[in-house]
Design a protein around this ligand. Structure first.
Ligand code: NAD
Ligand code: UD1
Length: 347
């Protein structure tokens, strides 16, 4: 079965391509390389022992999509493509609405035109906003994301729900090719492929915790600032549900396998269900590299919530999927990637 992977040169998409190919799917990647490198595609090919078909182009480009849908018989689309930097979305909201929402709208239109109505979308725990009392369940009311990036995830989820619901209205009942959409809500993906060949390669100063820590560890940055030490948590630092990117990739394969049994639109958390604090991660990385990570405490970062943890039981029940890798695995693998590629794919 052939799968179109939008954003497949990026961090999560590249790891997912490997797991898809290992599971027997054939994969075509569409990516505009706005936040990734062609080198990632070459390395995926090296790891799976076959060349991965790659088209450089945008999901917003109708002619590229029409070309792809007429040249390949896709059974589904895995849709990772989008812009994801929270700070940039605050300074450039229109760019985020155009690329994420505009791009997804064009993609869905062209999927419908081609009769390809199976979609797995990269959503985010950000749709829970700053809801209190984790763990978060898919059936609880959604929150209010504090930034345009988060709002694009919420709006695209709504868009997908409306599109899936429109089948029944248009046909007076489910048609014989209804939409099947999985909205996968990722918690905090970290780590890298165990080979150390592919991993997270943020441009400029990392915004997220794990790439910042590994860049301190490899000597690219002097010290980590821990944002906030006075939260109402056991050690005062924020708690997150960190998930190994390969577990996350396996979650996509599971979603794809079960998609045809999920008509309509289904939201599913992908997380471990276990929260670790920022200090826990620092200590786990110190254990992985065998020396201290220089760090200081800094004021809270605006928009951060004290604790974000998934309830992963729906993923277990529907997909038969659960995470297998530990925080130590996440640190060891992130460090192997960073050590082997101190400048990411840039070298
Ligand atoms: P990434 O930036 O590494 O990957 C996204 C890829 O999409 C990049 O390769 C980029 O070049 C490509 N892209 C962007 N706009 C495009 C367009 N218009 N057409 C074609 N390609 C385009 O990000 P990632 O961390 O791999 O995230 C993948 C998806 O998961 C994103 O939608 C992101 O919002 C979502 N997500 C990520 C996280 C996380 O922590 N990394 C958490 C929750 C959700
Ligand atoms: C952030 C985004 C979220 C996005 C996700 C993945 C915000 C408020 N949330 O999630 O919308 O989906 O990234 O891209 O930006 N930390 C430090 N020092 C650092 C970096 C981070 O102490 O240098 C702390 C943060 O304050 C937070 C924790 O580490 O408490 C995790 O941060 P991060 O990796 O950015 O993820 P989120 O904030 O959970």
């Amino acid at each position: 079965m052939s799968i179109l992977v939008t954003g497949g040169a990026g961090y999560i998409g590249s790891h997912t391509c490997i797991e898809l190919i290992k599971a027997g799917y054939s994969v075509v990647v569409l990516d505009d390389l706005s936040n990734s490198s062609r080198e990632a595609i070459c390395r995926i090919g090296g790891l799976v022992g076959q060349e991965v078909p790659f088209i450089e182009g945008s999901i917003a480009d109708r002619s590229v999509l029409q070309h792809l849908f007429s040249n390949y018989q896709f059974s589904a689309v895995l849709h990772f493509a989008g812009s994801k930097a929270v700070g940039e979305s605050v300074s450039h909201p229109l760019m985020y609405y155009r690329n994420n929402i505009g791009g997804t709208t064009v993609l869905l239109e062209e999927m419908a035109r081609a009769g390809v109505k199976q979609l797995v979308f990269s959503s985010s725990a950000t749709v829970y906003g700053d809801a209190p009392n984790p763990p978060f369940r898919e059936d609880q009311p959604l929150g209010q994301p504090t930034n345009p990036y988060g709002k694009t995830k919420l709006f695209i989820e709504e868009l997908c729900r409306d599109v899936a619901a429109s089948d029944a209205q248009a046909c007076g009942g489910p048609d014989n090719n209804p939409w099947h959409i999985a909205l996968l809500r990722y918690f905090n993906p970290v780590g890298a492929h165990e080979s150390g060949r592919i991993g997270e390669d943020p441009r400029g100063t990392p915004n997220n915790l794990m790439p910042y820590i590994t860049q301190v560890a490899v000597g690219r940055r002097p010290s980590l600032s821990i944002f906030g030490s006075d939260y109402d948590t056991p050690d005062g630092t924020c708690i997150r549900d960190f998930i190994h990117v390969v577990d996350l990739a396996e979650g996509h394969v599971a979603a794809l396998k079960h998609l045809s049994a999920m008509p309509g639109c289904t939201a599913i958390n992908l997380g471990t269900g276990v929260g670790y604090s920022v200090l826990d991660v620092v200590h786990a990385m110190e254990a992985a590299i065998g020396r201290p990570i220089p760090h200081t405490f800094a004021p809270r970062r605006p928009g951060d919530s004290a604790a974000t943890v998934s309830d992963p039981s729906r993923a277990k029940a529907i997909l038969g999927w659960a995470t297998r890798r530990t925080l130590a695995d996440m640190c060891t693998d992130a460090w192997r990637w960073q050590q082997a590629n101190p400048q990411g794919y840039g070298e």
